[in-house]
Design a protein around this ligand. Structure first.
Ligand SMILES: O=C(CO)COP(=O)(O)O
Ligand SMILES: O=C[C@H](O)COP(=O)(O)O
Ligand SMILES: [Zn+2]
Ligand SMILES: [Zn+2]
Length: 321
């Protein structure tokens, strides 16, 4: 067990405060996935440059990676790092557990000081999702930690034309779900999916469903699988040897409309990964004699900062710190 007495308690912002403001004022805030030091630096730097709030999120896989296979240790290490960087700046930065599945991992994040956690029981039948989510809400709220939950399945509408109704969120179920679980933020499945290959044809998300869920729940809503997969970054990565053929994300206009309809937390991992990859490949290709990681990670990190700044401007969180 990682020694929690060594945890450095510095204040950082609460996800709930960041998202309540975004919900009240009607803009989106990026939630950016990290696994390591470089991405944390890049996101905090972008937030300062844009005078924007930012949510930093880590998946269970990220905790495992940061902790050399030990999720609890990883939770403390990432929380310590984010706290240190967040405490050195005046813009609000919070730390969130992304896609928690395992009670043990969620407890590890709460103990380490994450200010919000996601319980993702969306693959379970509704009653079970409600039961599991309510249990997590009780534990988390007792510790002052906010909870995000997911309803529906993340799958592209295009891929499931026949069964869109069965994979996308049911707004009436959403209303019942939030009343019975007392969850703080809801991630409704509205047609996006994770990763770099979201849509085969045109990007399709169900705006009406977002509006309906917002109206019935009055909560900050979360969009998973929200990366834009911008063509210029894909092309740059491919110019230096990557193969991302068929990559497609959610276009800016689609995201902006989703934000208008009530999305406030916009989960972004893939775009950061592609920008980092492009920077790394470019630097290595152009500097074959280079072997200082601060140089090649440095350029990759700068690209991540650029992507994060673009997202902050596009979602309307710039200037909202
Ligand atoms: O939803 C996400 C993290 O929870 C990330 O989605 P992307 O794969 O579109 O970046
Ligand atoms: O939603 C998933 C996020 O992109 C995190 O992915 P991961 O589980 O590979 O860390
Ligand atoms: Zn999920
Ligand atoms: Zn997700």
């Amino acid at each position: 067990m990682y020694d929690e007495r060594r945890l450095i308690q510095l204040p950082y912002a609460k996800t709930k405060d960041i998202l309540s403001k975004a919900h009240n004022e009607g803009y989106g805030v990026g939630a950016f996935n990290v696994n390591d030091l470089e991405f944390i630096q890049a996101i905090v730097k972008a937030a300062v440059m844009e005078n924007s709030p930012a949510i930093i999120e880590a998946s269970e896989g990220a905790l495992k990676y940061a902790g050399d296979g030990d999720v609890e240790k990883g939770a403390f290490i990432l929380a310590d790092m984010v706290r240190r960087y967040a405490d050195a700046v005046s813009v609000p930065i919070s730390l969130h557990l992304d896609h928690g599945h395992d009670l043990k991992h969620i407890m590890a994040a709460i103990k380490a000081g994450f200010t919000s956690v996601m319980i993702d029981a969306s693959d379970k039948p509704l009653e079970e999702n409600i039961r599991i989510t309510r249990q997590i809400v009780e534990v988390a709220h007792a510790a002052g930690v906010a909870v995000e939950a997911e309803l529906g399945r993340l799958m592209g509408i295009e891929d499931n034309v026949a069964s869109a109704e069965s994979v996308l969120v049911d707004p009436d179920e959403a209303k019942r779900f939030v009343t019975e679980t007392q969850v703080d933020f809801l991630a409704p499945a509205v047609g996006t999916s994770h990763g770099a290959f979201k849509f085969k044809g045109e990007a399709k998300i169900d705006y009406e469903r977002i509006s309906k869920v917002k109206e019935l729940t009055q909560l900050p809503l979360v969009l998973h699988g929200a990366s834009g997969v911008p063509a210029q970054w894909v092309e740059l990565a491919e110019k230096y040897g990557a193969d991302l053929s068929g990559a497609k994300g959610v276009p800016d206009e689609v995201l902006q409309e989703a934000v208008k309809r009530g999305i406030n937390k916009v989960n972004t991992d893939t775009d950061l990964r592609i920008a980092f990859l492009a920077g790394l490949r470019k630097h290595l290709a152009e500097n074959p004699k280079e072997f200082d990681p601060r140089k090649y990670f440095g350029e990759a990190k700068d690209f991540v900062t650029e992507v994060v700044r673009d997202r902050m401007k596009m979602l309307g969180s710039s200037g909202k710190a």
